[in-house]
Design a binder for this molecule. Structure first.
Ligand SMILES: Cc1cc2nc3c(=O)[nH]c(=O)nc-3n(C[C@H](O)[C@H](O)[C@H](O)COP(=O)(O)OP(=O)(O)OC[C@H]3O[C@@H](n4cnc5c(N)ncnc54)[C@H](O)[C@@H]3O)c2cc1C
Length: 416
């Protein structure tokens, strides 16, 4: 590790410079395999272990360097593509993800299909060398900025619901894709409705075998629930279009004057520092009840970290994230609620303010108002408990009378 650390430091000495543009810096980081060092060497990584990856990240931070691109691309699309993608797909899509030039979104949930995702209705029908897509998705984070989407659609309605699905990489910048932002209670619009009317996907953009979209989807969801996913705490805006032409110094000035949205605060990793600073500002660090809760949050975060390390060890041994991801995700929601409650308790009556009038520019209000979403996104708390019950505790599977019935017989009206 010593050699690697020396090499990374030398590379940073030669390359890190705040006056570089963001696009130029991300390209250099990707080409050196240092943005996502756990990815394979041929795809902008170095095949490093979790421990070595953390060391690289720590060196980047210590040098004050800007982190790798984040968002659905590196968080979900890349790890899914690395498992199921063809060489051609990786060649076409991995550079844009690694260098942050392409923004991705996740097109899974539908108005009638969230927890029971496999019941989804969006259809893809083959037409020569293309698939024609019709239907509606919802809750699609960042879709208003996206160039591409990871999409699950029904390709065979005569199969039972889990079996007739396929997974696609769809171009969002085409006629036939309409994105409508939704407004959240925090005031932000991080997610959207997406409507497909005869949108097209070339057959080469089918990820994984035809009809095996559910298996590919599981890979994505396991990475989504993995609290140690290296894209969770990366740099850059989690939702938005990065300004690749701006210098990093400019990007940082803009970021410093804006309060991040609730999703970025929840995924970005800096919230504990905010909480500690808040406690100090309000002179609450000597309050035994506050101290006790701070310690509880710290302990839960440590347990969460260990769970994440177990997931990483399983992946390093050739497996995929398993039900540990569900315990991790549940814990993450619990910790989020505790941080919110403690922050608002420390703020007392000031906790009722929002925006710039609130303490620290309203950061804890943004964070707190977003926390209910963390118990829903990526599979609700109840669904995680079902998974733990069935796969860890060995409880009987939840009855699902629709499991073996052709999907076409489950739906009514025009959806068929
Ligand atoms: C912040 C945020 C970002 C999101 N981003 C995306 C995105 O980018 N792309 C995307 O495709 N989706 C996204 N989602 C959607 C998310 O995956 C769904 O909201 C989630 O899977 C729940 O589905 P639903 O909203 O349809 O709720 P439902 O499935 O209708 O559930 C309603 C309630 O019933 C409970 N319930 C349902 N089934 C069971 C059961 N079998 N046992 C016990 N309880 C049950 C649920 O726990 C919940 O409390 C996002 C959601 C949020 C909040």
């Amino acid at each position: 590790m010593g050699d690697l650390r020396t090499e990374v430091r030398a590379w940073l000495d030669d390359n890190w410079d705040e006056s570089r543009t963001l696009g130029d810096w991300w390209k250099a980081l990707a080409e050196a395999g240092l943005g996502y060092p756990s990815w394979p060497e041929e795809w902008y990584g170095r095949g490093l272990t979790t421990e070595d990856t953390k060391m690289v990240r720590a060196e980047l931070r210590a040098a004050g360097a800007y982190g790798a691109p984040s968002g659905v691309g590196p968080f979900l699309a890349a790890p899914t593509m690395l498992v199921h993608g063809t060489e051609n797909q990786k060649r076409r899509f991995m550079p844009g993800i690694a260098m942050g030039t392409d923004v991705w979104c996740q097109l899974f949930s539908e108005p009638g299909s969230g927890s029971d995702l496999a019941s989804l209705s969006t259809r893809a029908v083959r037409d020569g060398d293309e698939w024609i897509v019709n239907g509606q998705k919802v809750w699609n984070t960042g879709a208003q900025y996206a160039d591409y989407g990871i999409l699950v659609a029904r390709t065979d309605p005569d199969q039972p619901k889990h079996k007739g699905l396929s997974y696609f990489l769809i171009d969002m910048r085409q006629e036939g894709v309409e994105v409508r932002p939704l407004k959240e209670m925090s005031g932000d619009s991080t997610f959207n409705e997406v409507f497909f009317s005869d949108a097209r996907v070339p057959v080469d953009n089918q990820l994984g075998p035809l009809g095996e979209g559910w298996r590919v989807t599981m890979t994505t969801l396991m990475h989504e629930r993995d609290t140690e996913n290296p894209a969770s705490g990366a740099g850059g805006a989690f939702v938005g279009r990065p300004r690749l032409d701006a210098t990093i110094a400019e990007v940082r000035v803009e970021a410093a004057s804006a309060v991040e949205d609730g999703l970025a605060l929840s995924m970005g990793g800096g919230i504990i520092d905010q909480l500690m600073e808040l406690a100090e500002e309000f002179g609450a660090t000597a309050d035994p009840v506050v101290r006790q809760e701070l310690m509880r949050i710290h302990c839960l975060r440590e347990v969460l970290r260990f769970t994440g390390l177990r997931i990483k060890a399983a992946v390093a041994a050739g497996g995929q994230p398993g039900p540990e991801s569900s315990t991790g995700k549940l814990m993450q929601s619990e910790i989020g609620r505790r941080i919110r409650d403690l922050a608002w308790r420390i703020e007392g009556p000031y906790g009722q303010l929002v925006g710039p009038d609130a303490p620290r520019g309203g950061v804890m209000q943004k964070y707190g108002l977003f926390q209910p979403a963390m118990s829903i996104a990526g599979g609700t708390d109840e669904i995680q408990r079902n998974i733990i019950g069935e796969r860890v505790l060995g409880l009987p599977k939840e009855p699902d009378v629709s499991r073996d019935v052709p999907w076409r017989d489950l739906v009514v009206g025009t959806q068929r």
